[in-house]
Design a protein around this ligand. Structure first.
Ligand code: ADP
Ligand code: MG
Length: 585
């Protein structure tokens, strides 16, 4: 799951109540570890089990893309369809053919079956809890629609990009190889949503005209090594080949039976006798036997590659491979995968491959081998950031299906759009804001979402981000940050690097940590600046040279609390006295 949902979710109960695909993946992997030969995506060793579980989730996710263009943890059309993500044992989900997550506005009170008359005592505590939360008319009609995993059917302000993609890919429907495409744009500019939309249309049309064309989507943030990418692709194509053979066998079985009764039916086929049909049937059955799925670890890469290659080349078709977050793959594992994929066409006999790379990083091709770069970038499509007006349209569309009528006051959507426009025109952020504002209003038990809920949501999302960033800092950076906080707490203004360094040193001594040089500490301060946690400006001190003046850019109390929850930093006790000592000197 690549969704940054967890970072921004403001509703703790929400994320734990909703089992997502990675959970499913984990349990499947548990099982499959026992019988590694059973399915395409099994075969893990203990050290890889977590990663493999993630991959597994990805495999399952992408599989459902054939029918459901979707990031993974919720269905494409949440309305009226079953929300697989939200099933919760205590809730009767069948009545409407759709499930609900425990707290979402999608709950229809009449359809909830929370009663269990025989078990009153056990129910007492939980009933109070749920009654409270369910009180009042819910604001949401369908909250899932606001989550990043939902793929909208309409993508306003992306018509041009979508048309460009279609114009390039339509070649596939003529049985020829489309140019490779590279898509660029910052996060939240609709790249994934547009690509999935186009791929779904492409597959539907290819079915309609019976042109063999297949699209495979891989998220390289999850599947981030050459081995995994190739293994996942190999296994996908093996599955497709198996399905293809099964279909073929059905046809041939019928043909054989018909031909046995009346040999004339063979006249306009490639077979001249019933025996020839039978031979083909046996051949296909042998092929079916021979497919060997790639385990998630353990094979040499060239074997994985040739398995993938053979699987793709098994029969005639055009294959479009979408590599989303391709910059993450290159960053982590270099460009070998892209090199191998981009030179495949010269060796394939039956099929053709076209690659569509999607990148958040505009400069990632700088790191590519020039051959890969020119091959991959045959066509380039840029996704510019949305402006506030465009974000408004996007939110307007989604709010109509996600909120109950008349629950949004007039300024809510413009404000969400304005905040997100500041955040490099990120539609994901805009949708997060709107959803969070709705959740806050729901918790306030108000009937409408107001401007204040949006402002509150903005703070909350920002704070969640800060907490996450601070929590995952390395210990040394945490100590540097804590030193800055202690100085601010003691009313020091215009904090300079030397002062931070002195307090930092004492903190290190206090908890027995290595003391870095002042130069390194200065670097760490710059990093904190880049993360938006502190603000460090260089000031000239005349002939005494230059120094940095540092101030905190994040809420002090919350940040300090996060720092002290670190087991190492938390060892610092009574930090106050030695900060004081500094002033006494
Ligand atoms: P990216 O892949 O560029 O980071 P996504 O495609 O994941 O961005 O979009 C982020 C979120 O914004 C998704 O929930 C997506 O559905 C939504 N979104 C982006 N662009 C549009 C659009 N033009 N219309 C409707 N929703 C959009
Ligand atoms: Mg994306």
């Amino acid at each position: 799951m690549t969704d940054d949902d967890s970072n921004t979710s403001t509703d703790g109960g929400d994320s734990s109540a909703v089992p997502d695909d990675s959970d499913v993946g984990t349990s499947t992997t548990e099982e499959s570890r026992v019988s590694t030969d059973d399915s395409a995506s099994t075969g893990t060793d203990a050290s890889e089990s977590t990663d493999a579980a993630t991959d597994e989730g990805e495999v399952q996710t992408s599989e459902s893309e054939k029918t459901a263009p979707d990031d993974g943890d919720s269905p494409p059309e949440a309305e009226g369809s079953s929300l697989s993500g939200g099933v919760d044992a205590g809730v009767d989900t069948d009545t409407q053919g759709r499930s609900v997550d425990g707290f979402s506005g999608g709950v229809d009170l009449e359809d909830l079956d929370l009663d269990d008359a025989d078990d009153e005592e056990a129910d007492e505590a939980s009933r109070g809890l749920f009654d409270d939360l369910l009180e009042g008319e819910p604001i949401f009609e369908n909250k899932e629609v606001l989550r990043p995993s939902y793929t909208p059917r309409k993508l306003p302000h992306r018509e041009e990009q979508i048309n460009n993609m279609a114009t390039i890919l339509v070649t596939a429907l003529r049985g020829e190889t489309p140019s490779n495409i590279l898509i660029y744009g910052k996060t939240g500019t609709g790249k994934t949503a547009s690509a999935k939309f186009v791929s779904e249309e492409l597959e539907t049309t290819s079915e309609k005209y019976e042109v063999p064309c297949e699209v495979e989507y891989i998220n390289c943030e999850v599947t981030d090594t050459q081995y995994r990418v190739l293994a996942q692709l190999a296994n996908k194509f093996i599955e497709k080949n198996e399905a293809y053979i099964e279909r073929r066998l059905d046809e041939l079985d019928d043909l054989r039976d018909d031909a046995a009764a009346d040999p004339a039916v063979l006249d306009d086929t490639e077979f001249d006798s019933v025996a020839a049909v039978e031979t083909r049937i046996r051949d296909l059955e042998d092929d079916l036997e021979e497919f060997e799925p790639v385990p998630m670890t353990g094979w040499p890469t060239d074997r994985v590659y040739s398995t993938f290659f053979d699987a793709v080349d098994y029969h005639e078709r055009v294959v479009v491979i979408m590599l989303d977050e391709i910059d993450k793959l290159v960053e982590k594992s270099g460009d070998d995968t892209l090199y191998n994929l981009s030179r495949m066409n010269s060796e394939l006999e039956n099929s053709r491959v076209s690659i569509m790379g999607i990148s958040n990083d505009l400069k990632f091709t700088d790191f590519l081998d020039p051959r890969v770069k020119s091959s991959l970038g045959e066509e380039e499509i840029v996704f510019p950031p949305y402006d506030a007006t465009q974000l408004r349209d996007i939110l307007q569309h989604r709010s109509e299906i996600s909120f109950k009528p008349d629950t949004l006051s007039d300024d809510v959507i413009p404000l969400c759009a304005a905040f997100a426009a500041q955040e490099h025109g990120d539609a994901r952020r805009a949708l997060d804001l709107l959803r969070t504002a709705g959740e806050l209003a729901e918790r306030d038990r108000t009937e409408t979402v107001e401007e204040k809920h949006v402002r509150h949501a903005q703070e909350k999302i920002e704070l969640d981000r800060v907490v996450e960033v601070v929590r995952t800092l390395p210990t040394q950076s945490k100590l540097v940050l804590y030193a800055t906080i202690l100085l601010e707490e003691n009313g020091v203004h215009n904090i300079n690097t030397g002062e931070v360094f002195n307090i930092y040193k004492r903190l290190c001594q206090e908890i027995d940590a290595d003391v870095l040089t002042q130069r390194r500490v200065t670097d760490l301060i710059s990093e904190l600046d880049m993360l938006g946690i502190v603000n460090a400006v260089v000031v000239s001190k005349g002939r005494y040279g230059r120094t940095k003046e540092i101030s905190l850019s994040v809420p002090l109390d919350e940040t300090e609390a996060v720092l002290l929850s670190d087991s190492r930093v938390g060892e610092v006790e009574e930090a106050q006295p030695f900060v004081q000592a500094r002033f006494d000197n």
